[in-house]
Every structure is written in structure tokens, then in C-alpha cells.
Write a protein that binds this ligand. Structure first.
Ligand code: CO
Ligand code: CO
Ligand code: CO
Length: 317
């Protein structure tokens, strides 16, 4: 979910609204709470089936980032009028359906509009125990920060689109983007995590800063421990960047880069992610145990830093 200025009526049932830039909204419903989010993206590869899988994993991720379980989803289809190879739209929907099945999430319907540029995603509703939600606001000084997937999808995807990278080079990035964040969220909860967000369009630094602001803490991240996709720096050297990188950096006056980084390394911090990993704040004493379990499913998981007392800022050391 992107941060929107709230024009909605104040309402007792709204447990998480637009004010904290959280991944999804949360609405009290009886003894439980409903989590709602919507997300759609442009194609990330030439294979429509794989694109459908990535788009679904990307849309479901905001539900997992709240510590919730997905219940049902609606297709959001912006499909072009122009000639596309026969079966393209069907393959996108099939890829999405397979990932929804893996997530135990039911498809209830959806909506299509004509759009010159193909986009696809889902609106998803999930369920969460309001006492065990993972919001941006729960990080506490002393906790460790864990990241579950490598960074760099923005530049790598653009490298592929610009013919700087072949399909084999893109493959590990596709595999990572297709992977659900379901297990990561479940393991984080089991290990006492109190704050979580997924890393998407604003990059690691943007989403980490949202957590710092909502929790009124500082975050200290060790650059050397950040996992990155293999092709990221090669694409940077070839001059590949993204349309959001500069804006993401300019939106972060509180970003304090203490480490001696070159331009490409700084770009990794704000590279916009598609279907990125979870950034989790977990009690320090449990982070090693969480990492051991996470690495069984997410081999690049890393402890990347710690939560420190305010002021609200992000320090890269
Ligand atoms: Co989102
Ligand atoms: Co999110
Ligand atoms: Co969250």
C-alpha cells in the first residue's frame, strides 16, 4: 500500500489506516481483523505465466508483511488492445492462480480495463489476530533487523528490458520474486518479531525509514551485510538505472550514509523492488535462531543491522 493523505472518516474499526505508511489497511471485524491491499505491476519478463506468478506473489506480500493470512483476492487486469501472442492473458491468469493456490487464497473475481500498457495484479483481503499484527510502528531499540531476499530487482529488471541482461541472468531474480513471503512472516512471528514491512517501490532505505518514523526509532544498517542480486552491479556499470531511484533518494533527508560507498552501492539502498523480501525487527536474542530457520527457504536472508533509540533516522554504517 502506498501512503495516501487520509481523507477517510475517522472510524473505530480502522486499526491501521493510511497514516503510518503500512503495507495494508486493517479493519476490526468481530473478534478478528481484516487486512486489505491492492497492487499491480507491469511485466517483469517475456513469459506471461511467470509474470502472473510474480504479480500474485507481489500482491500477496503486503498481507504477509502485516503478519496476516490471505483469504480471497480479485484480479486487477489492465490489458492492451494491440496484438499480443495468443494465450498471453490466459497464461498471466494461470500463473497468478497457481500462486494463489499455493497461498491458500481463493479468487473471487476481478475487473479488466483496456490500457495501452499491460498491467496486472490483485486486490487481496486477509485475516489477522489484532494482537499479533506486524506493523511499521512496532520496532523497539535493541532489536535486530533481518532482510529475507536480496536487493537490486529494479536495476536488474531494467537491464533485462534494455537487452543488457539475458534470460539466464534474470532467472535467479525471477525465482526470488515468485517466492511467497508466507513462511518468512510465519517464522518472524514465531520468533517474537514486532515490526515488519516488505521492501518494494521505495527501496530498502525508503521502507526502513517508514518503519523508523512510525516506530519513532533510529535504524542502523550495515551496508556490508546487505544481500544483493548477482547482476545488480554489472547492470549499474553498464549505466542501467530506474525511473524511481533518484526520487527515492531525494525523499530521504533522514538517510545518513556514514559508510564510504560509491554511487552504485548507494543506488542499491534506494533501488525499487518488485516482490521484495521482508524487513523484520526481532528481539536480539532470537535473531540467530530466526535466521537459521529463514535460510532453509530464503537462502540470502541476513541480519543487516539494529534498532536504536531516536531521533527517527536511518544510518548506513
Ligand atoms: Co503494496
Ligand atoms: Co508493502
Ligand atoms: Co507490516
Amino acid at each position: 500500500m502506498a501512503p495516501f493523505a487520509s481523507t477517510a472518516l475517522e472510524h473505530d474499526a480502522v486499526l491501521v489506516g493510511p497514516g503510518t505508511a503500512d503495507d495494508a489497511g486493517v479493519y476490526a471485524f468481530g473478534d478478528t481483523a481484516l487486512v486489505a491491499t491492492a497492487d499491480f505491476i507491469t511485466p517483469v519478463c517475456d513469459d506471461p505465466y511467470r509474470f502472473g506468478r510474480v504479480a500474485a506473489a507481489n500482491s500477496l506480500s503486503d498481507v504477509y508483511a502485516m503478519g496476516a493470512s490471505p483469504l480471497f483476492a480479485l484480479n486487477l487486469c489492465c490489458f492492451p488492445d494491440v496484438e499480443v501472442p495468443e494465450g498471453t492473458f490466459e497464461a498471466i491468469l494461470e500463473g497468478s492462480a497457481d500462486v494463489l493456490a499455493e497461498a491458500g487464497c481463493v479468487l473471487l473475481g476481478g475487473h479488466s480495463v483496456l490500457d495501452p500498457e499491460l498491467k496486472f495484479g490483485l486486490a487481496v483481503v486477509g485475516q489477522v489476530d489484532p494482537g499479533r499484527m506486524l506493523t511499521n510502528a512496532g520496532a523497539e531499540p535493541g532489536q535486530h533487523l533481518i532482510l529475507t531476499k536480496p536487493l537490486g530487482t529494479g536495476v536488474v529488471l531494467n537491464g533485462f528490458k534494455g537487452d543488457e541482461l539475458d534470460a539466464a541472468g534474470l532467472e535467479p531474480v525471477l525465482v526470488s520474486m515468485e517466492q511467497l513471503n508466507d513462511r518468512a512472516a510465519r517464522l518472524a512471528l514465531e520468533h517474537g518479531a514486532t515490526a515488519c514491512t516488505d521492501v518494494t517501490g521505495f527501496g530498502l532505505a525508503g521502507h526502513a525509514m517508514e518503519m523508523a518514523r512510525a516506530s519513532e526509532v533510529g535504524l542502523r544498517v550495515r551496508f556490508a551485510d546487505l544481500p544483493a542480486h548477482d547482476a545488480f552491479y554489472e547492470m549499474c556499470r553498464r549505466g542501467v538505472t530506474t525511473g524511481s531511484t533518484k526520487a527515492n533518494r531525494e525523499a530521504l533527508p533522514e538517510l545518513d550514509v556514514v559508510a564510504d560507498l560509491d554511487g552504485h552501492q548507494e543506488e542499491l539502498l534506494v533501488d525499487p523492488q518488485t516482490s521484495g523480501g521482508l524487513l523484520v525487527a526481532v528481539p536480539a536474542g532470537r535473531s540467530d535462531a530466526l535466521l537459521d530457520r529463514l535460510r532453509e527457504a530464503y537462502p540470502h536472508s541476513a541480519c543487516i543491522g539494529e534498532v536504536v533509540t531516536g531521533p527517527e533516522r536511518l544510518e548506513i554504517v
